[in-house]
Structure formats: structure tokens, C-alpha cells
Design a protein around this ligand. Structure first.
Ligand code: KG4
Ligand code: ZN
Length: 329
């Protein structure tokens, strides 16, 4: 079995995965969303302190599995350096104390493997990864051959929801709150721009849309926003945010074919996005794969699933070599 640790942002999570069967034996996650909500975003120092409290508590529940462990896996990049450090330090200590090899896992690969938890892999697959930190399209041919086809020039899809929620004082994380408000709003009341509409490039950008929303809020805000204003802004923003992704995906598939398509990452929970992609895949005759909702946001089960494959390839690191990286290409 492999014990995996995830602490790249605001979720403290540990999982135990059986190597041969890929079965998830144990999985627990403690989210810090509530503690960060009043700040309208993740406060890195607070997040690190909460990981330092939560991770040992979860680890205590795994003690009985220690004799069965063959490796310790941990997310080492990308993420917040102070929070990644909490997981990596725990992983180093466990690797030393139990004399087990250490596996460094890329968090983004983890999101892709959330599709494969207790399941076989789907290759080749074109994957849309939408999270708080990333908006990417990845071509995954097999375990080791993955190519980045598109990324964002500035903010990510999920982050734009977080920022729009913060502007309207709705708390964190913004995605679910903006989605809920949007369901009660008029998506045609505000004509927000669809980013990079004229650009032939397959890339994303959310800062312009975010600023258009900010200006609209300021304009209305002179007299304070009503509940209906909030719902209409949410619906109109979400419409443009999703239209942007769909335009770029449609552009991409003008020159490309694929059998399988998948959406992963915390923001893949977005209903409007899921529905639009479902329709598109149907039109194109592509099979659509979604990770289970409970595995969309950050968790250690997906890290453990990547680690199983790395273990089979003996893709190990050492306590001296493992490095925490905020960003990776
Ligand atoms: O993958 P994740 O848990 O953490 C990162 O690795 O970033 O994703 C969290 C992000 C947050 O920005 C959150 O607002 C967004 O996913 N999110 C959503 C929805 N649910 C979560 N964004 C849009 N619509 C949603 N329903
Ligand atoms: Zn994530």
C-alpha cells in the first residue's frame, strides 16, 4: 500500500491506496474553506498552520496500516509553498522513520488521475483541467506522455469565480456561491465580454472579464447591490466565463479529433460548464468522462492513484532531492 499526502492549498488530506488492485483503502480530507471564507480567499500562513494541526490528526487514524506500506507519496508542486511544505515535511519524516521510498507527485497530474480512482485509465484522452489555480487543456497519450495544449495568460476559471464572489462580499470559495446565485439571475441583463473572442490562439484569460464585472459592480454599487443585482451579475458573468472556454474548445477541435474527453479539477463541478461540454461531446461523438464530485476538489486519493503508477516505474525521489515548487510548466 502507498500512503499519500495532499496539502497544496486549503485541503489537508491523506489516503492509502493498494498498489496491485488500485483500491482506495482509506481516505480522509479536512477542508479549511470555512476558516478562509471571511478573508475572501486562502491566507497562506493560516492554511499552513491549519495543515500542521489537521495532518497529524488524520495520520493517527492510519497507524494500523503502517506495517503494510511500501512507499510514501506527497504533492510537491504546484501550490502554495508554505502549505506544500507541511505535507512534504510529514512525508520526509515518515519515509525516514518507516524506511520507505518517497514519491513526489505533481498536483495537476493528480487532478487528471481523479478520473481513475478505483478505475482503469482512459488513454488517449483530451482533458480540460479547471481549478482555482489552473485552466489547461492537456493531451494525455499514456501515463508518461502528456502534453499541454492550452493554458491561461492570467487568472484561472475557478479563481475568477472566487474574485467575483469577493467583489460582492459573498465569501470563499466563490464557485459554488456564484453558481447558486446565478441560478436565480438573468444571464442577459449584463453584456459582459467573452475574453479573447477575436484571437486565433487557443489560450485563456479571465482578467478582462473580471474587470468588466468590477466596473459594473462599482456602477451599481453607488446605491448598494440588491439581491437581484447580485444574482444577475453572477448569471451574466458565468455565461461569459463558460462561453470563453467553449469557444476555445470548439476552435481546438476544428483541427483535431479525439475519442475521449474529460473535465477535472475543483471547478469542473460547475453545472453550466458540464452541460455545455456534455452537449459538445455529444455533437462530436466523443465520450465524456467526469471525475466523481467528491474527487473534483483537492484530495489525497488522486495523489495516491498517480503514486501507484510511479511506484510501478520505480519513480522515486529522496528526502534531499524533493523540492517544493509553487509553479511548474
Ligand atoms: O481543484 P480545487 O479544489 O483547488 C485547486 O487546485 O485550485 O479547485 C477549487 C476551485 C475554487 O476556485 C472554486 O471556486 C472552484 O474550484 N469551484 C467552482 C465550482 N466549485 C468549485 N467554480 C465554478 N463553479 C463551481 N460550481
Ligand atoms: Zn487542485
Amino acid at each position: 500500500m502507498i500512503l499519500s499526502i495532499e496539502s497544496s492549498c486549503d485541503d489537508s488530506s491523506i489516503a492509502i491506496t493498494e498498489i496491485e488492485t488500485k483500491k482506495l483503502i482509506y481516505h480522509k480530507k479536512i477542508s479549511q474553506e470555512l476558516q478562509h471564507s471571511m478573508y475572501g480567499g486562502v491566507v497562506p500562513e493560516l492554511a499552513a498552520r491549519l495543515h500542521a494541526e489537521a495532518l497529524p490528526k488524520i495520520l493517527e487514524e492510519c497507524k494500523d496500516y503502517f506495517p503494510k506500506l511500501k512507499a510514501i507519496a506527497v504533492t510537491n508542486a504546484p501550490g502554495l509553498s508554505v502549505t506544500l511544505m507541511e505535507g512534504v515535511t510529514m512525508a520526509k519524516a515518515l519515509s525516514l522513520a518507516l524506511d520507505l521510498p518517497l514519491i513526489a507527485v505533481n498536483h495537476l497530474k493528480g487532478h487528471i488521475y481523479s478520473l481513475f480512482i478505483e478505475k482503469e485509465e482512459i488513454f488517449p484522452c483530451t482533458i480540460l483541467l479547471v481549478s482555482g489555480g489552473h485552466t489547461q487543456i492537456i493531451e494525455a497519450k499514456n501515463h508518461e506522455n502528456m502534453r499541454l495544449l492550452a493554458t491561461t495568460l492570467d487568472d484561472s476559471f475557478g479563481e475568477s469565480f472566487d474574485k467575483v464572489a469577493k467583489m460582492m462580499g459573498l465569501g470563499y470559495p466563490g464557485g459554488p456561491i456564484v453558481q447558486e446565485k446565478g441560478l436565480k439571475g438573468d444571464e442577459n441583463r449584463f453584456d459582459f465580454p467573452v475574453p479573447l473572442r477575436q484571437s486565433p490562439n487557443i489560450e485563456f484569460s479571465y482578467s478582462g472579464l473580471k474587470n468588466a464585472v468590477r466596473m459594473q459592480i462599482e456602477k451599481l454599487g453607488e446605491n448598494g447591490l440588491t439581491e437581484q443585482d447580485i444574482c444577475d451579475i453572477a448569471a451574466s458573468f458565468e455565461k461569459s466565463a463558460v462561453a470563453h472556454i467553449m469557444q476555445k474548445i470548439k476552435k481546438l477541435f476544428k483541427t483535431k479529433n479525439a475519442k475521449n474527453f474529460a473535465i477535472v479539477g475543483g471547478a469542473s463541478a460547475n453545472i453550466r460548464l458540464r452541460t455545455a461540454i456534455e452537449e459538445f461531446c455529444k455533437q462530436k461523438g466523443m465520450k465524456l468522462y467526469l471525475s466523481e464530485l467528491k474527487y473534483c476538489s483537492d484530495n489525497a486519493a488522486m495523489i495516491g492513484r498517480v503514486a501507484v503508477e510511479q511506484y510501478k516505474r520505480a519513480d522515486f525521489t529522496t528526502i534531499d532531492d524533493i523540492d517544493v515548487k509553487t509553479r511548474i510548466k
